[in-house]
Design a protein around this ligand. Structure first.
Ligand code: C2E
Ligand code: CA
Ligand code: CA
Length: 831
């Protein structure tokens, strides 16, 4: 050490040593400064910065060495060998750049050591090569010990200096790095100088390959200046870059903070609940919505909780204690499954008043995010929509599609249990009339009342549905026939009277069709069709409300469908004609009028009687057109008859449901010119009973117009005194079955007698239909009957006006003799 200090003091020129120290210090500072810059750069830019830094270091160290060399004056230096000097520069530049590249690439102790080895080794090599470049009349003798020490002293500081320069953060580490670098250079130099002693000898060099000390000073100055210039320029650039960097960093931080704040805002205002977990399965982030969903207090959830902890806390607030563990296990299992398979459907958990859909997705960092959707309302809406889709909006009963489903299931049960399934189809009678006359609100009320009582009538395993309009259906599983009969009975009692139906002051009746599995059909469609057929049969037979399916009904249904189709437009095609049957006064045998009776000449089937096609026309509504046609034809015909001949036209119950019937009839009377008093409308009692109030209202209007009203087929239907009492009929027509049966059935005679007595007491004339024999005439005359009609006096025949025009006798021979018999019995003269 002492030697080293002596060497500095004795063998060096002090100002140059100071200059060397200055250059060395600036080089070290520049190198550290530039090293710090490297961390901002990437890729090629980084390599460029590293190379620049290496060049600054190498150039500076080289300049330092040679300034010191210039200051080292053994007294006889002639110059410097050019090649060796250049080699020393090349070595120190190369090793410096390589050392920095190495250190930057390998951030480890070994990396640092190798880099220091390269750097220190390079500097040492430069030093000794520089020494060798000295051209002087002396031989250099080396003290190997000092040489080794100098190399170690060159390398050791770099092992710390390089990592500090490249990776240190603070100004302190930077200063330390610079100091260590300067130390390395200085220690190497002066220890190296101490290691040599010069032994004078004859100079042996050529001035061709030699640089003079003056030239050398110039080069050294250039090198030192370049070092400083590069370092300064680089530092300026780096400063600017750093300022930019820092500004960007600050902006980024601000942006990050803003994004963070927005993220918080978004999280807190999210519709979904959210929990974010790290790769270690611990809770990292959650939002307020999640707490709300599970009614958790802010303190219930903490950072670092596991999914199990959270599930326990959350589910504990929603499910009964007994269910918690099972539900927690389910959550954990579903989580595992969700994290394993992407795109898995969300897991839906249902609590009493809360339905939640949980979806978990794995994150790239190994954690996962679970989101929670409250779908309670959605579920309710879905349930509501499903209910709406499967139930009838008005009555709340299952609709047709739900009924189909229920029935399929019931058939299945029956098939597997050996039971039978009864299907009852029911259709309200005259519902259209309720709607027309009382308004749709009343119709709706009636349907609701019917539905309510039907629903009440159902027991376990029985179903009722509204198939549409006024059609309902019910099913029952049964084994014995009487069980089905009981079921049908119970349903039918829903229609027993106004209070039973609950539909207010009017009675709602229905027709029932019944079919049973397996005997009447093996599938839903067949069973329903057959029950429908039976129901239509029940509708036709006004007396029978309940009809069980029988084989052969399909045939008749097909026939009816065909008739209905053929009947459409029959009047326009001229297939309908009207026959007229005379009605006579029994007292004098004179014709009082004719009953118009409809006939249909079917192009294929021939003559079809009204009994066959009128019910079908009533069902299809064709009766409205046909009825109007009959009225018009009959009135037009009657207008051609003698003044005192009436025309009787049959009116269907369905026609009586037409609210504007009086106006239609008035129009026809005006159009045909027939005085209203010459028109008599025949109405059966059943036509009135359906909706009595409305029927009577219409009849009153007709009567007010001057039209007569006769009650037809009296004695067959209800034959209630109440009906006769409720309206001032102009005529009672005793049904022909009593007259034809009067010869051998005393009851028939009794009924004729009773009806005649009734007519007398009410002061209403009575007409007996179906008079076929003289015996009938005698009987009726004896009982005081007013009028007669029957084959004895003439069959229904073509229009009287046509007969008169053709010069034919209207009544024919038998009619003439019957009239004579009548007169004979009564003792008066015929007209
Ligand atoms: P209804 O009103 O009781 O008509 C009397 C029926 O008895 C007629 O049958 C007639 O031909 C028949 N008849 C008349 N005298 C005798 C007799 O001495 N012995 C027997 N056994 N029968 C006799 P028709 O013409 O076949 O009419 C059947 C039913 O069709 C009528 O019964 C009536 O309810 C209905 N009908 C006929 N024409 C019309 C119409 O234009 N409109 C409506 N709505 N119904 C009609
Ligand atoms: Ca009649
Ligand atoms: Ca009749």
């Amino acid at each position: 050490m002492l030697l080293i200090l002596q060497c500095i003091r004795d063998r060096h020129d002090f100002p140059l040593v100071l200059l060397a120290a200055l250059v060395c210090a600036l080089t070290a500072i520049g190198t550290v400064r530039l090293s710090r810059q490297i961390r901002w750069a990437h890729g090629r830019e980084k390599t460029a910065w590293l190379a620049t830094t290496g060049i600054v270091a190498g150039l500076g160290i080289w300049a330092t060495h040679f300034i010191a060399m210039l200051g080292y004056d053994p007294g006889f230096v002639f110059g410097y060998d050019f090649a060796e000097t250049a080699a020393s520069l090349a070595i120190v530049l190369g090793t410096s750049v390589a050392a920095l590249l190495l250190a930057a690439r390998f951030d480890s102790k070994t990396g640092s050591f190798c880099s220091a080895l390269l750097m220190g080794g390079g500097v040492a090599a430069m030093h000794y090569l520089g020494m060798a470049a000295l051209e002087m009349p002396a031989i250099i003798r080396w003290d190997l010990g000092y040489v080794v020490v100098s190399v170690v002293l060159a390398i050791a500081p770099f092992t710390l200096a390089i990592p500090l320069a490249l990776r240190g953060q603070s100004a302190g580490t930077g200063a330390a790095a610079a100091m260590l670098m300067a130390f390395a250079v200085v220690l190497l130099h002066f220890t190296g100088m101490t290691a040599i002693s010069l032994i004078p000898s004859r100079a042996d060099f050529s001035s061709d390959t030699m640089m003079s000390p003056r030239a050398m000073s110039l080069w050294v100055f250039v090198a030192a200046f370049s070092t400083l210039a590069i370092a300064a320029t680089a530092a300026a650039i780096s400063r600017r870059a750093e300022i930019m960097m820092r500004r960007n960093e600050r902006l980024n931080n601000e942006r990050l903070e803003l994004v963070g704040r927005r993220l918080d805002l978004a999280l807190e205002n999210m519709h979904q609940g959210l929990c974010l977990f790290g790769a270690d399965g611990q809770l990292v982030l959650w939002n307020q919505r999640f707490l709300e969903m599970y009614r958790l207090a802010p303190g219930d959830i903490r950072l670092g909780m596991t999914m199990r902890d959270i599930a326990q806390a959350a589910i504990g607030n929603r499910a009964p204690p007994a269910e918690i563990e099972r539900r927690v296990m389910r959550v954990l299992n579903n989580l595992d499954a969700a994290l394993e398979s992407h795109g898995r459907a969300p897991d839906v958990s249902e609590y009493d008043d809360f339905v939640v859909s949980v979806r978990s997705r794995p994150l790239p960092d190994g954690g996962w995010v679970s989101t929670f959707d409250d779908i309670t309302e959605q579920r309710r809406t879905e349930a509501r929509i499903e209910h709406l889709a499967l139930h009838d909006g008005l009555t709340g009963l299952p609709n047709r599609s739900k009924f189909n489903d229920l029935m399929d299931r019931a058939i299945d049960i029956a098939a597997h249990s050996g039971a039978r399934l009864g299907v009852v189809v029911l259709d309200l009678d005259g519902f259209k009339e309720i709607n027309d006359s009382r308004g749709h609100a009343a119709g709706d009320e009636a349907l609701k009342a019917v539905a309510a009582s039907l629903r009440e009538a159902m027991l376990e395993g029985q179903n009722v549905a509204r198939l549409g309009g006024d059609e309902f259906a019910a099913t029952v599983l049964f084994r014995e026939n009487h069980e089905l009969a009981d079921f049908v009975d119970r349903i039918s009692t829903c229609f027993n009277g106004p209070s039973g139906s609950g539909a207010g002051d009017f009675v709602v009746k229905a027709s029932f069709g019944v079919a049973a599995y397996p005997e009447d059909g093996l599938d839903r469609e067949q069973l329903c069709n057959n029950a429908d057929l039976a129901m239509y049969r029940a509708k036709e037979n006004l007396g029978e409300r309940i009809c069980y399916y029988e084989k052969g009904m399909d045939e008749s249904a097909r026939y009816r469908r065909q008739i209905a189709a053929d009947l459409r437009g029959a009047a326009e095609r001229g297939e309908l004609i009207i026959l007229y049957q005379a009605q006579r006064t029994l007292k004098d045998g004179c014709i009082s009028g004719y009953e118009a009776l409809l006939r249909w000449h079917h192009p294929a089937r021939g003559l079809v009687t009204p009994c066959e096609f009128i019910p079908i026309a009533e069902e299809t509504g064709e009766i409205f057109a046909i009825g109007e046609w009959v009225l018009r034809q009959a009135c037009r015909e009657a207008a051609r008859w003698p003044e005192h001949h009436m025309v009787a036209v049959n009116l269907s119950a369905v026609q009586l449901g037409l609210p504007n019937l009086p106006e239609i009839i008035a129009g026809i009377l005006v159009e045909t010119g027939l005085p209203p008093r010459r028109l008599e409308l025949e109405i059966t009692e059943t036509a009135i009973i359906g909706d009595k109030a409305r029927a009577l209202h219409i009849l009153r209007k007709l009567k007010a117009m001057g039209v007569s009203i006769a009650i037809d087929d009296f004695g067959t239907g209800y034959s209630s005194l109440d009906t006769l009492n409720s309206f001032p009929f102009d005529k009672i027509k005793i049904d022909k079955s009593f007259v034809t049966g009067s010869e051998d059935r005393p009851q028939a005679r009794a009924i004729i007698r009773a009806v005649l007595a009734l007519g007398r007491s009410l002061d209403v004339p009575v007409l007996a239909e179906g008079v076929e024999t003289h015996l009938h005439v005698d009987l009726l005359q004896a009982e005081g009957c007013d009028q007669v009609q029957g084959f004895l006096f003439g069959r229904p025949q073509c229009a009287p006006s046509l007969m008169a025009a053709a010069g034919m006798e209207v009544d024919g021979a038998s009619a003439g003799s019957a009239a004579a018999h009548m007169l004979h019995s009564a003792g008066s003269t015929p007209s």
